[in-house]
Design a protein. Structure first.
Length: 183
């Protein structure tokens, strides 16, 4: 009697394993499933899901303007709040961005922008606090906002980035960065 139950359990386990393998092979993306220029990146992204952003990762932000088809690229070190984040976490944090490629060495993110008149800002330091400046002086004043966040409370790498100035394009991107600084 025990042998029949054992054989039945073993048969069920084998059937489940076979169904799992068949389902996996039917749903796994193949290189032909994507346009040529995306195939390698999509497959690399799917297979390197264990990759995480490190302090040495190059963050490349692409701003693609739909009205004239131009793309501006900005390459930066990752901010401290992105370090140790995986691709899924990055997608959750930047829902309105396309993650073009993701690896521990390089992350490429793209945002489509309807028109090119988005405001540009620089997030930096003023009197020891995080500050937002208009990229080009507006109505005689360049300061937009002074945050109640002392720069001394941030990690050294982030302080250095702020002292150099973090260029931000668009109000949405500015809001996202300010959220990270507690504003």
């Amino acid at each position: 009697m025990k042998i029949k139950y054992f054989a039945a359990a073993l048969g069920c386990a084998a059937l489940c394993a076979a169904c799992f393998a068949a389902g996996y092979s039917l749903t796994r993306p193949e290189a032909g499933d994507f346009p040529d220029n995306e195939a390698a990146e999509v497959l690399a992204d799917a297979e390197s899901s264990a990759a995480r952003i490190t302090g040495a990762t190059k963050m490349i932000y692409e701003y693609h303007y739909l009205d004239d088809g131009t793309t501006e690229r900005s390459e930066e070190a990752p901010p401290y709040f992105l370090v140790n984040l995986d691709g899924g976490g990055l997608r959750e944090m930047f829902v309105d961005w396309e993650i073009v490629s993701f690896s521990a060495e390089r992350v490429v993110m793209r945002k489509n922008i309807a028109d090119k008149v988005e405001r540009q800002y620089v997030v930096g330091v003023l009197n020891g606090y995080v500050a937002v400046f208009y990229s080009q002086s507006r109505e005689g004043a360049s300061l937009k906002e002074l945050l109640n966040m002392p720069v001394s409370a941030l990690p050294e790498a982030e302080r250095t980035r702020l002292e150099k100035g973090i260029r931000v394009i668009g109000d949405e991107a500015l809001v996202r960065i300010l959220q990270d600084y507690g504003s």
